[in-house]
Structure formats: structure tokens, C-alpha cells
Design a protein around this ligand. Structure first.
Ligand code: MF3
Ligand code: CO
Length: 272
């Protein structure tokens, strides 16, 4: 209780000084953390299972089947399924697709593709979310570099995820590494709080300045999931399905997503 009062006082002071501070309701309790960690462990296991079976020649519908079968046979529910009308259990985003690719039996993975597999899980009512980026067979140097730099961006962002830093510090680390390599970070689409719901506050941008946005506090849980474009940051949405987001210039895009918990001395990755 004393600890919580001290924290409330500290946050009040930070807010007075002009900082955005989290509502205490965003901070997960130890009991919630324990349950969310179980959901996150299943989410990681689903990603591992897909990874073992990913190869040229399979369809993105095959990935969807793997995610659905593995998740449900382990007592979970794929969070994307029927989420705001999303028709499948996983997002599969190939090459110039930035995010929210919808699995299809007509979409076959081929040598040279890069793909993001974004898995989100509900277990016992608790939510988890993470995504990985894969190179199928032998990919171009261009594509390989984009995938590698995107992974580095998320690792650099993670280093800034610690108590009393700001979300903008994570964004700055990511955005500067991306732009240094000639890439751009997609604005407007970003990460989110997670745990009790699929998408909670705060919204997490990766284009905001150092020292801006919400102060990080132990117990906060959110995703680090920048979308890095090889070319311009502009995007367009598929008019037919209303979901899939593409690069406007048709160049490649990559994304990696970690689900993190802010701890007393840093951050713990719950699913990656
Ligand atoms: N997993 C995505 C995220 O990181 C959300 C996808 S919503 C869906 O926020 F409906 F497309 F699955
Ligand atoms: Co996700």
C-alpha cells in the first residue's frame, strides 16, 4: 500500500510537470501478470509451431490452420478470429503487405518471399500478441537487410523500455535506426496496451520524439511492433477486404512484435 501511495505521488508530480502518466488501472496486478504470462507462453508456442512448419509451397491458409489447431488444442482461442469482423485466426503479411494480411488458400509461399506471422492468443480470458518475420528460402540482399534491421530496431526499442523512461524513447531508438539505414517507419499504425483486452491504452507510436508520450511504470504491458518500410512510409488499405494494409509505393515492409511487461528494473518480454 505504501509502495502504491509513493507511486501515485510520484506520478502526480510527473503529471504536474507536463508528462503523460498512465492511469493506475493500466498497471497489472501480480495475479493478472501470472495469468497473462500463461497466455503469452501459449502464444510463443504457437509461433514456434508455425516456425517449424513454414516453407515454400505451403499456403497462408495452411498457416491459419496450424494456428487455429494448435491454439484450440491447447485450450486457447485465436484472438484475431472474428475480432471486429476479421475472418481468420492469424495475420500473414507478405512482401509489400505492411500488416493485417488475411490467410488464403490461393496465396502460396515462394522462395524469396519475406513474411510476417502475427499471432494473438486468448487463454482463460487473458490476451497475448507477438509476431515474427521470416525469409522463405533464399531472399534478395535487399529483403534480408530489411528483415535484419527491423529485428535490430525492436531490440534497440526494448533497451529503452524501463521504468520512468517515456514511450517516445522507444520510438526514437527505433525510428533513428530505421532512418539511418534508409528506411521509414509507418506512422498512424502502432502498438498497444494488452493483457486484459486485445487492444488497451496506450497507443504506441514509433515516430514520436524522445521524452514524449506516456511515462513507463512497472506493471504496464504493451507491444513493441514497428512497421518498417523499405521506401516511403505511405500506405493504402485493401478496398475489398477492408483490412490488409500495403505500402503505397509497392516496396517491401517488415514488422516484428514483442509483448513486454515493464518491471522494477527494466522490461520482461512475455512473448516474442
Ligand atoms: N496482432 C495485431 C496487433 O499487433 C492485431 C491484429 S487485429 C486483427 O495489434 F484483427 F487483424 F487480427
Ligand atoms: Co500483433
Amino acid at each position: 500500500m505504501t509502495h502504491n501511495n509513493d507511486l501515485a505521488k510520484k506520478l502526480k508530480k510527473l503529471a504536474k510537470e507536463g508528462n503523460i502518466v498512465p492511469d493506475l488501472a493500466l498497471l497489472k496486478t501480480p495475479e493478472q501478470i501470472e495469468k497473462i504470462k500463461k497466455s503469452a507462453a501459449l502464444n510463443t508456442a504457437v509461433l514456434d509451431y508455425v516456425e517449424q512448419n513454414l516453407k515454400a509451397g505451403i499456403s497462408t491458409e495452411d498457416i491459419n490452420t496450424m494456428v487455429y489447431d494448435y491454439t484450440t488444442s491447447h485450450g486457447g482461442i485465436p484472438a484475431p478470429l472474428n475480432y471486429e469482423g476479421f475472418p481468420k485466426s492469424v495475420c500473414t503479411s507478405i512482401n509489400d503487405v505492411i500488416c493485417h494480411g488475411i490467410p488464403s488458400k490461393d496465396e502460396i509461399l515462394k522462395d524469396g518471399d519475406i513474411i510476417n506471422v502475427d499471432v494473438s492468443t486468448i487463454l482463460d480470458g487473458y490476451f497475448s500478441d507477438a509476431s515474427r518475420m521470416y525469409k522463405i528460402g533464399t531472399v534478395s540482399k535487399r529483403a534480408a537487410k530489411l528483415v535484419d534491421i527491423t529485428k535490430e530496431c525492436v531490440e534497440l526499442g526494448l533497451k529503452e523500455a524501463k521504468p520512468f523512461n517515456h514511450l517516445g524513447d522507444i520510438a526514437y531508438a527505433i525510428n533513428s535506426h530505421a532512418t539511418k539505414n534508409g528506411y521509414s517507419v509507418v506512422p498512424d499504425i502502432g502498438g498497444h496496451g494488452i493483457g486484459l483486452e486485445f487492444h488497451e491504452d496506450p497507443f504506441v507510436s514509433y515516430v514520436t520524439p524522445k521524452g514524449s508520450e506516456m511515462v513507463l511504470v512497472p506493471g504496464m504491458m504493451f507491444t513493441i511492433e514497428p512497421m518498417i518500410n523499405e521506401g516511403e512510409p505511405d500506405f493504402c488499405i485493401d478496398e475489398e477486404n477492408g483490412w490488409t494494409i500495403y505500402t503505397y509505393d509497392g516496396m517491401l515492409s517488415a514488422q516484428v512484435e514483442y509483448m513486454v511487461l515493464i518491471t522494477e528494473n527494466g522490461a520482461e518480454v512475455l512473448s516474442r
